[in-house]
Design a protein around this ligand. Structure first.
Ligand code: F6P
Length: 550
């Protein structure tokens, strides 16, 4: 148990001592209203948290945490534009990007809403002009391929959304995402596209990120070589999404083709900003706009619902319950929707880059655990790889199960697939909760006419302890709106956990050291001499690389 030493945390630790013996299965048997008591319905989303190791007493004790942490004030501070990212002296206003009314929000005395609206209008105009063929390539051909070049928040969010909204794709547009500095990534895309009909979207908040600039430069050289070195081609085939206008212009991008956002938008929270241009280009501006509306609806829920009916707050508290009291070291997310297969990777950056910290807001070493390892994969594939460990392994892995009631596909047999998909979805959380007792397992083995010796030999392996906690998000349909709901829900869950652990969820200094060292090592790879400026391991690895790469 790694907790904070305040009265509220200690109260929960007392509940934990009793909770160790709780059986969810018997709680369900005793309480016919357990589902009603532990579920929240928000429009087309049902959040069922009844399959967790909680009672009403535990739940009320958990709810003391946000009260004691003055969470309401912290939520207001974020939405109002206070500079809560204090290590970078920045406001945190991804919520302003999707605000659906014109209430002013001030940053350094300036109302930022007009400039958000004007950038959105510019994105709409541009997306429409690509789709209706007004904006064309240098040889006057219609754009058919969009290549987003970015990494981290400038890739994971848009790539995840474009895949999730695959069924909403604009006809005639194919989207590609390039992120890795490994040349395989960009070369694989360049092989498949026609320079005359391709638009490169260079997405980088800082426009200094090594991977993105190198990939963009490789794309630019390729384009110019293919189009007879016509320098005008860059203006017709490159746009940039950034806060750093000067660097975009220095790269050669037409100032008209730069879509701007601001330092109060964190990279991993940026898909709602100009970084969403690839989304608008792939699925239409209208659908991008619906995504924003969905996120706004979740923002409203988050800021106004009482904490015991507030989905992000309840999710955050359950996460803390397992992370800090049961010492669960990881959190699994399993979307039963192939188009959401990138959602776990998106959540990894959102959660682990935000809350993977060990220093609190007072500059002290944290006494409690912070972010768990977030992982997952789409169901049912996940069932055939790592579910064994969740069912019968030695660690507790709390998991979120996400599915959509309606399928977007109406091809022949789509409903057959969907019912089978969903039967697995329902079965897994039930199996994880109920398990299989030795008695039940024995009965099954007896039915197979096995000898008593054989039964005794197999029995321990056939038992499932059960009592494995899961949350279920059952959503009516995967639409841009419900996707917006879902992403904002997780953003706010991460924010609440950061508030309760008292960390700054909005900086990411931990990514800097490796970048600094790579800068020092790069010139060493280009010299002939042996390297001895590092520890012996790093020296010898570099030297062997230099020998072997020849
Ligand atoms: O590696 C960390 C990081 O700064 C992320 O936070 C960010 O999303 C990513 O790099 C990309 O940064 P940029 O958008 O400035 O290229």
């Amino acid at each position: 148990m790694k907790i904070k030493l305040s009265q509220e945390w200690l109260n929960i630790s007392r509940q934990y001592e009793a909770a160790k013996n709780i059986s969810m299965k018997s709680l369900f048997e005793k309480d016919q209203n357990r589902f009603e008591n532990f579920s929240i319905r928000l429009e087309n989303i049902l959040f069922d948290f009844s399959k967790n190791i909680i009672t009403s007493d535990i739940f009320s004790t958990l709810l003391e945490l946000p009260k004691a942490a003055k969470l309401k004030d912290k939520i207001d501070a974020m939405f109002d534009g206070e500079k809560i990212n204090f290590t970078e002296n920045r406001a945190v206003l991804h919520t302003a990007l999707r605000q659906q009314n014109s209430s002013p929000i001030y940053v350094d005395g300036e109302n930022i809403i007009p400039k958000i609206k004007s950038e959105l209008a510019k994105m709409q105009l541009f997306a429409d002009s690509i789709h209706n063929g007004i904006f064309r390539g240098i040889t006057n051909k219609k754009i058919t391929d969009i290549v987003n070049i970015g990494i981290g928040g400038s890739d994971l969010g848009p790539a995840m959304v474009v895949e999730a909204l695959h069924d909403y794709a604009v006809e005639g547009i194919t989207s590609h995402f390039v992120s890795n500095v490994d040349d395989t990534d960009i070369l694989n895309v360049l092989k498949r596209i026609n320079p005359e009909t391709t638009l490169f979207v260079v997405a980088s908040k800082t426009f200094t990120t090594q991977e993105t600039l190198l990939n963009a430069m490789t794309a630019k050289e390729w384009l110019l070589a293919k189009l007879g070195n016509d320098t005008g081609a860059v203006a017709k085939h490159f746009v940039a999404l950034s806060t750093n206008i000067d660097a975009c212009a220095a790269f050669g991008i037409d100032v008209e083709n730069i879509f701007q956002f601001w330092d109060w938008v964190g990279g991993r929270y940026s898909l709602w900003s100009a970084i969403g241009l690839s989304i608008a280009l792939s699925v239409s501006y209208n659908n991008f706009s619906e995504l924003l509306q969905g996120a706004f609806a979740m923002d409203e829920h988050f800021r106004t619902a009482p904490f015991d009916r507030n989905i992000p707050v309840v999710m955050a508290l359950l996460g803390i319950w397992y992370n800090n009291f049961f010492d669960a070291r990881s959190h699994c997310v399993v979307p039963y929707e192939q188009n959401l297969s990138k959602f776990p990777a998106f959540l990894q950056q959102l959660d682990m880059e935000s809350n993977g910290k060990s220093i609190d807001i007072y500059g002290e070493i944290l006494s409690c655990s912070s972010a768990p390892i977030v992982w997952g994969a789409a169901g049912t594939n996940a069932q055939h790889s790592f579910f064994q460990l969740i069912h019968q392994g030695t660690q507790m892995i709390p998991a979120d199960f996400i599915a959509f009631a309606k399928t977007n596909r109406n091809e022949n047999r789509a409903n057959i697939h969907h019912d089978i998909l969903l039967s697995n979805f329902f079965a897994q959380t039930e199996a994880l909760m109920k398990g299989k007792t030795p008695d039940e397992a024995r009965k099954e083995l007896v039915k197979q006419n096995l000898s008593e010796d054989e039964i005794n030999r197999l029995l321990p392996h056939k038992v499932f302890a059960g009592n494995k906690p899961t949350n279920t998000l059952l959503i009516k349909e995967l639409t841009p709106k419900t996707l917006g709901n879902l992403i904002a829900l997780y953003e706010h869950k991460v924010f609440v956990q950061g508030c309760l652990w008292e960390i700054n969820s909005f900086d990411q200094w931990g990514v800097e050291l490796g970048k600094q060292l790579a800068k020092k090592i790069l010139p060493e790879l280009e010299t002939a001499s042996k390297i001895n400026s590092h520890d012996s391991s790093t020296n010898e690895l570099i030297n062997l690389y230099k020998l072997w790469k020849l």
